[in-house]
Design a protein around this ligand. Structure first.
Ligand code: HEC
Ligand code: HEC
Length: 232
């Protein structure tokens, strides 16, 4: 195969749903699931394939220290990521790299403190592509947790109207190209709702409009829907 040359700078082509910036080719992103895979995107996939697999495993082992084996977290404060789409992982890492999302302080198992902004900023383009491909190759496994079924059913109704356009099928599918929320840890999700409410986590403008129209009861119901993973 012909040498591909240096991969393009990530910031120039990783489309961001968050900031609504344009993708390579100048097309603006709509801010939700309909992903247009560009030529640059295909190049990224090739770069991921070319990244030596032992280097990739070594890097993923570092992520797994916090996110659990294969990205399935055993710590309810830390999200599972195994089974998200490659696009979702890149986009989420990009939102930390760009400073759109603050990294919450987290401790590695050896006690060293870091956060996702520091971690994501330390990755090269090849490494970003490689970890994204690594976790996208996993199957999402919802965490089974107790939930209130009637409340989850109410959440499903509200979600379908206000959130389901972007977070498809109750936030349960990788195809949304967003973080999978169905079957994610309750503690982590509740912290995200809290962070959206108190402004410490920013939202895409189109999401904010919908989110701000929710009552506190709606939010509790949607949280319950996510925790139920649709099993109500
Ligand atoms: C020190 C522990 C730690 C390490 C190491 C770590 N993460 Fe994280 N990661 C977290 C925590 C905690 C969060 C949630 C942060 C928050 O609440 O803002 C997170 C969030 C994320 C998210 C966003 C998930 C979502 O649902 O929004 C992605 C993607 C991610 N990490 C990927 C990675 C990758 C890839 C690596 C390895 C290169 C990695 N992380 C290494 C602790 C860690
Ligand atoms: C226009 C598309 C869109 C709509 C509508 C939308 N969201 Fe989002 N949502 C996003 C994007 C984009 C992100 C990722 C932001 C980031 O990277 O920080 C996100 C992230 C989230 C997260 C964090 C997941 C994680 O683990 O990081 C939650 C929870 C969430 N949305 C809930 C909702 C709820 C509840 C609604 C309905 C009121 C909603 N969203 C409507 C696009 C949308």
């Amino acid at each position: 195969m012909a040498a591909l040359g240096a991969p393009p700078a990530v910031g120039s082509f990783v489309p961001s749903k968050v900031t609504g910036t344009a993708v390579a080719g100048g097309e603006p992103r709509g801010g939700c699931g309909a992903v247009r895979r560009t030529a640059a995107w295909a190049l990224l996939a090739v770069a991921a394939g070319a990244f030596a697999s032992d280097a990739r495993d070594e890097l993923a082992a570092e992520c797994d220290e916090c996110h659990g084996e294969g990205g399935r977290s055993t710590d309810p404060d830390t999200p599972s990521i195994g089974g998200f789409s490659d696009f979702a992982i890149l986009d989420l890492l990009e939102s930390y790299r760009s400073g759109f999302r603050q990294g919450r302080k987290a401790k590695r198992p050896d006690g060293r403190e870091t956060d996702m902004a520091e971690i994501a900023s330390g990755l090269s383009e090849d490494e970003l592509a490689a970890v994204a491909a690594h976790y996208a190759a996993r199957q999402w496994q919802p965490h089974k947790q107790p939930f209130d079924a009637p409340l989850a059913r109410r959440g499903a109704r509200v979600h379908a109207v206000k959130c389901g356009k972007c977070h498809l099928r109750g936030g349960s599918v990788a195809e949304s190209d967003l973080a999978i929320t169905a079957g994610q840890w309750r503690t982590y999700l509740a912290a995200q709702f809290q962070a959206f409410d108190d402004g410490t986590r920013r939202m895409a403008p189109k999401m904010r409009k919908r989110y701000e129209s929710l009552s506190d009861g709606d939010k509790r119901a949607i949280l319950e829907l996510y925790v139920s993973a649709g099993e109500f």
